[in-house]
Design a protein around this ligand. Structure first.
Ligand SMILES: [Cu+2]
Length: 268
């Protein structure tokens, strides 16, 4: 049920938020001393709290995210080929990246903020302040990837890449953890081609991923595929009240963003 936009009693940055789960709102706004009643309207089931997930089509939001903490539109088509690119022998490239882990509060639905841990890269969506998902790393098979990782966050983090690399570059063992304030240089050849992912591998793993430390890692085949308009869509969920279940589901982190901003494609 899209719901009628309610009159906002609280202010521009704290608009009404309609959802099939009252607990979401309570959890999301509790730290902001907001009244749940000010934020809820609609059916009795919404006010009773959780409904089953079959009711997810009843979920809707009112208003727009205005904080600018996320950039789902730019993220959709942004491919990070490296902050610095240096041609190597036989047509391959050395692709150097600057990555930072940064704690950042992100707006995942209008007025709903989530205390995220992000990967930040100056030339990617979110820039130096970070984004969820992290930058989409893109290279061609055989390219050399070099990532200078700086942990500016509050917890030990790593970057664990799916794909081939040596054990020292795996980022999965406690000995690989990069502590707050420390740096690590990841370096490996981009192999094999395909759509991979990367994520933090510190434990608890579930927590470090859920907080936002993940992204796509695309390795193109040696022979280019036909040109196409390519879009990256990462489905993600957020547990806003820390009860072990996700309250907010989204594509590229902002719930219902593309309902209001449809992605245009050529028919046929
Ligand atoms: Cu982590």
């Amino acid at each position: 049920m899209p719901g009628k936009p309610g009159k906002n009693k609280i202010g521009v940055s704290r608009r009404s938020f309609l959802v099939g789960a009252g607990a979401t709102i309570a959890g999301a706004v509790a730290g902001r001393s907001l009244s749940l009643a000010d934020h809820l309207q609609g059916s009795a089931s919404q006010q009773q709290g959780y409904t089953d997930h079959a009711g997810a089509h009843d979920m809707a939001v009112v208003g727009e995210c205005t904080s600018g903490t996320l950039d789902p539109d730019r993220f959709l088509t942004h491919f990070h080929y490296g902050d610095k690119q240096t041609p190597l022998a036989d047509g391959k490239m050395l692709r150097e990246y600057e990555f930072h882990a940064v704690d950042k509060e992100i707006e995942i639905a209008p007025g709903v903020f989530f205390p995220a841990w992000t990967y930040a890269s100056p030339n990617a969506p979110g820039g130096r302040s970070g984004h969820v998902p992290g930058p989409t790393i893109r290279a061609r098979a055989g390219d050399r990837i070099r990532i200078n990782f700086v942990n500016e966050g509050s917890h030990p983090h790593t970057i664990h890449f799916h794909g081939f690399h040596s054990a020292e570059m795996d980022g999965a063992m406690p000995s690989h953890y990069v502590n707050p304030g420390d740096t690590f240089l990841y370096e490996f050849d981009a192999e094999p081609f395909g759509l991979h992912l990367y994520h933090c591998h510190s434990v608890p793993l579930k927590r470090h991923i859920h907080k936002g430390l993940y992204g796509a890692f695309i390795i193109d085949p040696p022979e280019p595929r036909p040109a196409a308009r390519e879009l990256v869509m990462v489905m993600n969920g957020f547990d806003t009240n820390f009860d072990g279940d996700n309250e907010i589901y989204a594509v590229n982190s902002v719930a219902h963003h593309h309902m209001r901003h449809p992605i245009k494609v050529k028919r046929g």
